[in-house]
Design a protein around this ligand. Structure first.
Ligand SMILES: C[S@@+](CC[C@H](N)C(=O)[O-])C[C@H]1O[C@@H](n2cnc3c(N)ncnc32)[C@H](O)[C@@H]1O
Length: 224
């Protein structure tokens, strides 16, 4: 596959895609994380998703090995694998390509990953999550094209098939990116008081409060 689409795009946006060998070599540096179904990855200039696609493939291999005998389990964990992967790109066509690519990987893996029917709502649920997790925006300003802040959704299974969605502003999450045990930042760069922080047991980190929380929903019904 070509690593560039056009000279103009290289000049204007530094768009040179990473080839498969380098992608794999880099991901092997964090191999254990790429094989953990629920590990969260954010690629801030994802292009058409070279890194995210490989991470997804690796996670889905694990889903197949562990849950391939039961389609509903398979789909539940495939949802976990996809919903923990995030990307941002400046160019709308790359965002679209990335979403489609990840969607096709899941659907192909679903066919080969477990025999049997599964649920016919699965494809829509995955497509919806990808519209929320792969976003068009500027990873430097942390804003979308319309100037609004980039907002990501956290998806977590709470009980059975029920998933909790909480939306966070990316700029606020990055502001709180401190090691556990370090003092929490109470002042922003400007010296003013910033967001309110809460300690999150799951991620073992301080997180800002979500800007929106959604009622528990069956994962097949997200976006409905
Ligand atoms: C060098 S390519 C890398 C794409 C992909 N990560 C890969 O390794 O194949 C850079 C990508 O970053 C995007 N990009 C450039 N500036 C950006 C910015 N400020 N915010 C988000 N994406 C940006 C471009 O549109 C392009 O898709």
């Amino acid at each position: 596959m070509s690593q560039i689409k056009s000279k103009e795009r290289v000049t204007d946006h530094g768009e040179v895609f990473t080839n498969e060998r380098e992608v794999n070599a880099m991901l092997d540096l964090v191999k254990q994380e790429t094989e953990r179904i629920d590990s969260r990855f954010l690629e801030p200039a994802c292009g058409d998703g070279n890194f995210l696609a490989e991470i997804l493939r690796r996670k889905l291999e694990v889903v197949k090995k562990r849950y391939g005998k039961n389609c509903l389990d398979y789909e539940r964990y495939a949802f976990v694998a996809v919903s923990s992967i995030y990307g941002i790109d400046l160019l709308p066509d790359n965002v679209e390509d990335c979403r489609n690519r990840l969607f096709n990987i899941v659907m192909e893996a679903r066919c080969n990953g477990c025999k049997g029917e599964g649920d016919n709502r699965f494809a829509d649920a995955i497509a919806y999550v990808l519209t929320r997790n792969i976003l068009c925006g500027d990873a430097l300003t942390l804003k979308q094209e319309d100037g609004e802040p980039i907002i990501f959704s956290e998806w977590s299974f709470v009980m059975g098939n029920k998933v909790k969605r909480r939306d966070f502003r990316l700029d606020e999450m990055l502001e709180g990116n401190v090691d556990v045990g370090e003092a929490m930042p109470l002042l922003g760069a400007s010296g003013s008081l910033t967001t309110e922080w809460v300690y999150d047991e799951e991620t073992q980190a301080y997180l800002p409060l979500p800007i929106k929380e959604y009622p528990l929903t069956d994962f097949y019904e997200v976006g409905k």
